[in-house]
Design a protein around this ligand. Structure first.
Ligand SMILES: [Zn+2]
Length: 228
């Protein structure tokens, strides 16, 4: 079982970066929930969230959640600010395992592939608390700039946020060699091709409404989705 902690940056009284009518804390939670739901389609993975609703969680508490769970991997999702454009990823700038470097390489690459025409700001290293205090390989992603009009327009698109989530998941799948669960198939007499069925787990959400909203969202995009 691969234990993965997914951490939506900020929350509650800490909105994170703001701009163009967007708040970082809401975008990170949205993306992380999408990541969790996509990851739930894979075998042998257990997902732990540092928050699933709009609440304040201390940085060291986020690391403690991962350390206590003896997680195999920690992923923190953020949105950038400060007048640039594009995507960048971080690992700790102190001593890290070779696994941490390898995971950053593959996850960064898969995100860039998934998000299309976005400026690649590179694979970076920094002394961020959640990277420093976690005992396992950890990565932090900065997904575009909330205060740049072009980036913000992308961040307002649910389809783009799904691509961001998808890229993170493809990277994690490659990093840990995860195998997709056998897709639930609709047995019909008309012998239609089996379709990928997305299961939206209510347990991962603060309330059932959120699960229903995501199921609706997936349906709109043409994916059959059920709530379990
Ligand atoms: Zn942030």
């Amino acid at each position: 079982m691969v234990k993965i902690v997914i951490d939506p940056g900020h929350g509650g009284t800490d909105s994170g970066a703001v701009g163009n009518g967007l708040q970082e804390k809401n975008l990170t939670l949205n993306i992380v929930k999408k990541i969790g739901n996509l990851l739930a389609e894979y075998e042998g993975v257990s997902i732990i969230y540092t928050r699933t609703d709009d609440r304040f969680v201390e940085l060291s508490e986020r690391a403690t959640i991962a350390n206590r769970a003896k997680a195999d991997f920690f992923l923190s999702v953020h949105i950038n600010a400060g007048g640039g454009t594009g995507f960048e990823s971080y690992i700790y700038n102190g001593k890290v395992s070779s696994a941490a470097i390898a995971y950053q390489n593959v996850i960064h690459q898969e995100i860039m592939k998934s998000i299309g025409n976005v400026n690649d700001r590179g694979k970076k290293r920094a002394n961020y608390a959640v990277l420093r205090e976690t005992n396992m390989p950890a990565i932090l992603t900065e997904n575009l700039f909330i205060d740049s009009a072009g980036d913000a327009a992308k961040l307002k698109s649910e389809q783009f946020l799904l691509q961001v989530a998808h890229g993170h998941v493809e990277g994690i799948v490659k990093a840990f060699g995860l195998k997709r669960k056998v897709a639930a198939q609709t047995q019909t007499k008309t012998n239609v091709a089996p379709t990928q069925l997305y299961r939206v787990q209510v347990g991962a959400f603060a309330d059932r409404k959120n699960a229903e909203r995501l199921a609706e969202e997936l349906k709109k995009k043409g994916y059959p989705a059920i709530i379990v």
